[in-house]
Design a protein. Structure first.
Ligand SMILES: [Zn+2]
Length: 271
């Protein structure tokens, strides 16, 4: 355990992680404790800060998008990335950006829009997700389980039925649309611990997983679809979702600012 270092953040001395570190330090001789994916403003004073800001698996095309998010631009909450010491072999596919606006789109949030979902499904088909190519070919075909559809605060829901099997609440529009394009989707709820474990280990059905960013925080997928919202937390969700992507990022964004009541980021640099 490193020596205590000065940390001027107010309230940090009393937070649960700080108390845990202090008790462990008192009771476990020679302990070396590491904490990762921790906001630097939440670092217990007993821990020395080491900054690892080089993207390891995110391609530059996605890294640039993550860097645009306001929390990383300011560096107050999340440090920005550092430049790779040597050039990477490729830039990676450009993020695909879809606007939830125009003919055929539902009113309200993108997550409620079947048209957005169908267009996402078409992109997944175009990418070859769920293809039947040889599993021995290189690279192997994308499976459905290689895809996350992520939102913020779990705004997507599956259909609900009563005891007679009558649907009392249809699934979120974007899920209906994706399924309409022939893509199997499972909605992962935060309380489904077995489901979260299966997703972490790539077990369970070979389905696309739709869930909240926080439920699968720390996990990565080759294809990540971020379904934006109109609320003020959208930038947070985009930061968490985009940084989970190791290849193709797909963004479903709300209407342009003048059509929305709330402020949010501009996507013009992602097209
Ligand atoms: Zn739409």
């Amino acid at each position: 355990m490193p020596r205590p270092v000065k940390n001027s953040n107010s309230g940090i001395e009393s937070n649960p992680l700080t108390r845990l570190c202090e008790k462990l330090h008192q009771h476990v001789p020679g302990l070396h404790l590491w904490a990762a994916s921790l906001y630097h403003s939440n670092r217990p004073p007993l821990l020395t800060e080491v900054i690892l800001t080089q993207p390891l698996r995110t391609p530059p095309s996605v890294t640039r998008h993550v860097q645009q998010q306001q929390f990383m631009v300011r560096g107050e909450t999340v440090y920005g990335y550092t430049t790779a010491p040597c050039p990477l072999p490729c830039d990676g596919p450009a993020p695909r950006v879809m606007r939830h606006t125009g003919q055929g789109h539902a009113e309200g949030e993108p997550g409620d829009c079947e048209q957005c979902g169908f267009l996402v499904g078409q992109i997944l088909v175009e990418l070859g997700v769920g293809g039947t190519g040889s599993t021995t070919s290189s690279p192997r075909p994308l499976q459905y389980r290689d895809v996350f559809i992520l939102t913020w605060v779990n705004s997507l829901h599956d259909a609900k039925s009563d005891a007679s099997g009558q649907v009392t609440r249809p699934a979120s529009g974007v899920l209906r649309g994706v399924r309409g394009a022939g893509i199997p989707v499972t909605v992962l709820q935060p309380e489904d611990e077995d489901g979260v474990r299966d997703v972490a280990t790539m077990a369970g059905p070979n389905h696309v997983i739709a869930t909240d960013c926080g439920v699968v925080q720390g996990l990565e997928r080759k294809v990540v679809v971020w379904v934006g919202g109109l609320d003020g937390y959208d930038a947070w969700g985009r930061l968490f979702a985009a940084s989970r992507c190791t290849s193709q990022l797909v963004l479903v964004t709300p209407p342009p600012r003048e059509q929305s009541d709330t402020s949010r980021d501009d996507d013009s640099d992602c097209n």
